[in-house]
Design a protein around this ligand. Structure first.
Ligand SMILES: [Zn+2]
Length: 244
């Protein structure tokens, strides 16, 4: 079965190159799952996807450029007439952080007004969770501790889509990427070591260890964008569509 992966937002936290924050749509028959929903994701989603077709959102970690768009998405769906349940899966503090974000952004809405559709969160972990028609596993990676960073493994249609989220290089990325039909890896920087993010050159140095069948870069920062003509791997732009 063909699994379709569309990079609705392929940018980093700073939207370098004018790219939208993280939002990756995974679809197959009976499956519609969004991986991350950053602060600027909603307009990026609406360029390509009917929001109501999205069954669930899986969040890698609790940074605004990865989960900050969920409150906007939730309100858009309320006024858009959604009746179906929306499920959001992510790290242990997802529920509390979402409630805090909602109260910071729209205190007049979340609370006084009930959403017009069922909304619930679920904590993702090492055991697969059924989410948006896929089986999703979340494994810890090294990024920024307070953001509770995880890489995702999404089993769908006989294919395995893996996603680094934000992560610096560490051996923790190996079980995230291992045997994946597609490994979506961040490349915030072109070279060097960073305490929070992997660079393209580090990824290339560890490429064989990862054991992924195919790698696509996303979350591209300014230094990576400056070297795009030297990139030997596939990389996403906003709107890139890949069949796996
Ligand atoms: Zn992050």
């Amino acid at each position: 079965m063909t699994v379709r992966v569309q990079f609705l937002g392929s940018g980093n936290a700073f939207s370098d190159g004018g790219r939208a924050n993280a939002a990756i749509h995974v679809t197959a028959p009976g499956v519609s799952l969004l991986l991350d929903c950053g602060g600027s994701a909603l307009p990026a989603i609406k360029k390509h996807v009917d929001c109501e077709s999205i069954d669930a959102i899986a969040v890698t970690h609790l940074h605004g450029d990865h989960f900050g768009g969920i409150a906007y998405f939730a309100i858009e769906q309320h006024f858009g007439g959604r009746k179906r349940e929306l499920v959001v899966g992510g790290p242990p503090s997802l529920e509390a952080r979402l409630r805090a974000a909602e109260q910071a952004l729209y205190p007049d809405f979340f609370g006084p007004i009930a959403l017009a559709y069922p909304f619930r969160t679920v904590v993702l972990g090492e055991r697969p969770t059924r989410l948006g028609g896929a089986d999703v596993t979340a494994l810890p990676v090294r990024h920024v501790r307070l953001a509770e960073p995880h890489g995702l493994r999404v089993a769908v249609g006989g294919k395995l889509i893996a996603y680094s989220g934000d992560a610096r290089w560490s051996e923790h990325l190996v079980p995230v990427a291992r045997s994946a039909d597609l490994f979506i890896c961040e490349a915030s920087y072109w070279s060097g070591e960073d305490p929070a993010h992997i660079s393209y050159e580090q990824l290339m140095a560890h490429r064989e260890e990862l054991g992924a069948k195919r790698i696509v870069l996303t979350h591209l920062g300014a230094t990576t964008l400056e070297h795009l003509d030297e990139v030997a791997l596939e990389y996403a732009v906003d709107g890139t569509l890949i069949d796996v």
